[in-house]
Design a protein around this ligand. Structure first.
Ligand code: FES
Length: 511
């Protein structure tokens, strides 16, 4: 099963596909890795290099989850801002965190060179900028925090962009690359080093027995000494972290422009922020522009792709928008990822909640987990420990999301509905309410309807129709289903329950 949304990333045109087998029998290894994104592949390659026997499984194909939908920014800034990083976590932890991001970019560069990868890795600058006076203080705060962290940066009055800007912080030695090409190459080198990779293989459950971790998959069991949970949401009901991470969607367009912009990473002070880079060395006038983030399942009318296109057209001479896509990411309650040993098991490790920085933090997490398993010290372990408690930071944000999730458990049951199947345009889905019963209904291009229960199979929230990707998205923990109700990402294990179409007819007749 490939990603089952409507849109495909620009990168897909430039990357091969993999064809690793399904796991069809029982197997054993030192370390089992769940998830073929940048985190799992980095950990698997680092462990394979150190001589560990590794099995990696992925529900899908390698790189086809969030990694393949990301935008290939590699920077040592961070989503919550350097100011907040220093304020909430202290200078020492902030330095450790930023150093780990820088080290992750160095690692990606090293592997690109040593394995001769063709991922168009380029060292370029990064530029955080304000467009007008409203954002100047935010940039100044980041400059002050960068100085405290002794980060190499330059304060500038403007950014090198073809529209007016009011202040900028420019960071040298950031980078860009083609994420799909990179992770597919990592998978090949893991295989060459003896690692075993199985695609289209789902972890159903795991438990400890006689000092081993037993991982049940779709068609076979893996016995391992260590288990790394590095999937998009590998967080099963066993992990209390699930209530401390929150799902969001980010949207991206590729815009062909007539302007020439300096090859750098750009992100602004908007909330949510817009981020821009050139697509590749060969296509310097194709800009990858992201932003318009919202919580998963937020079905407000505003079209995020139109927001991005309008943003692009107001600032660049746009001749075409050949590609658009979206991706889901997770934030944690206190803003930092959770990476390390899970609190209740000795040899089970998790990596989650990178905010919008999944490529550098996924790499840092993969390296950290390989260090922990190999018994090497890594100062990042304490900073990102899943056992940390930061109530001062977590309080208001957790309260906000608990309210948000609580609303979806309760209020969703009484609002946002259509009242007849005729109201659904062909190729669309809607929640239909007839009498007191709610149904998730998808109508295909020929008008054939598929009727489902809208109750998420994870913990019972009501799914929402995502008309931009034609998926059913769960606002609570980020579970996502395709238009026919089949799970393609997130914690749910089972598809939305089918209901016979005649249920609707009977209820409509009674109505
Ligand atoms: Fe948890 Fe839907 S209730 S993903």
């Amino acid at each position: 099963m490939d990603f089952d949304g409507k849109n495909r990333p620009y990168w897909y045109e430039h990357a091969d596909t993999t064809n690793f087998p399904h796991l069809m029998e029982n197997a054993s290894c030192d370390t089992a890795v769940i998830g073929g994104g940048i985190t799992g592949l980095t950990a698997a390659l680092a462990l394979s290099q150190a001589g560990h026997d590794v099995i990696l499984i992925d529900l899908n194909r390698i790189g086809r989850g969030t990694t393949g939908h990301s935008t290939g920014h590699l920077d040592n800034h961070y989503d919550i801002g350097l100011t907040n990083l220093v304020k909430y976590f202290g200078l020492s932890a902030a330095r450790t965190f930023i150093h780990a991001k820088r080290h992750a970019i160095d690692c990606i560069e090293d592997w690109n060179k040593s394995y001769r990868l063709d991922s168009d890795f380029q060292r370029i600058g990064g530029c955080y900028y304000a467009e007008d006076a409203d954002g100047v203080q935010a940039v100044q705060d980041e400059i002050d925090a960068a100085n405290k962290l002794e980060l190499n940066m330059t304060a500038c009055n403007t950014a090198p962009l073809p529209f007016e800007t009011a202040k900028a912080m420019c960071l040298p030695e950031q980078a860009r690359f083609l994420p799909m090409v990179y992770v597919l190459a990592l998978s090949r080198f893991i295989f060459l080093l003896g690692g075993r990779i199985y695609e289209m293989t789902r972890m159903e459950d795991f438990h400890e027995q006689h000092g081993k971790i037993l991982i049940e998959t779709t068609h076979g069991r893996i016995e391992a000494n260590h288990l790394i949970l590095a999937g998009h949401t590998s967080l099963t009901g066993k992990l209390s972290l699930q209530s401390r991470i929150f799902p969001h969607m980010s949207f991206v367009i590729a815009a062909q422009v007539e302007d020439e912009i300096e090859d750098a990473l750009y992100w602004d002070t908007h909330e949510p922020y817009f981020y821009t880079r050139i697509a590749s060395t060969q296509e310097p006038r194709l800009l990858i522009i992201g932003g318009a983030d919202r919580q998963t399942g937020d079905d407000k009318e505003e079209d995020p792709f139109q927001t991005l296109e309008a943003y692009a057209r107001q600032r660049y001479r746009v001749s075409a928008v050949p590609s658009r896509w979206s991706h889901e990411y997770f934030t944690s309650a206190d803003g930092l990822p959770f990476v390390g040993r899970v609190p209740w098991a000795d040899r089970v490790y998790v990596a989650a909640a990178y905010s919008g920085d999944g490529l550098t933090l996924g790499t840092a997490a993969g390296l950290l987990l390989s260090d922990i398993i190999a018994g090497r010290d890594n100062p990042l372990a304490e900073v990102l420990s899943p056992e940390r408690v930061k109530p001062g930071v977590a309080g208001p944000k957790v309260a906000h999301f608990v309210t948000h999730i609580g609303r979806h458990f309760v209020k969703d049951r009484i609002s946002h509905y259509e009242y007849s199947v005729e109201a659904i345009p062909p190729g669309e889905g809607r929640l239909i309410k007839i009498e007191d019963h709610v149904h998730a209904v998808y109508k295909d291009a020929e008008g054939k309807t598929t009727v489902m229960s809208p109750v998420c199979r994870h913990m019972g929230c009501i799914v929402h129709w995502n008309r931009f990707e034609q998926t059913w998205d769960c606002p609570c923990h980020g579970g996502r289903y395709n238009c026919y109700g089949h799970v393609f990402t997130g914690p749910p294990r089972n598809p939305l329950k089918r209901e016979p179409a005649k249920v609707l007819e009977a209820r409509t007749a009674l109505h």
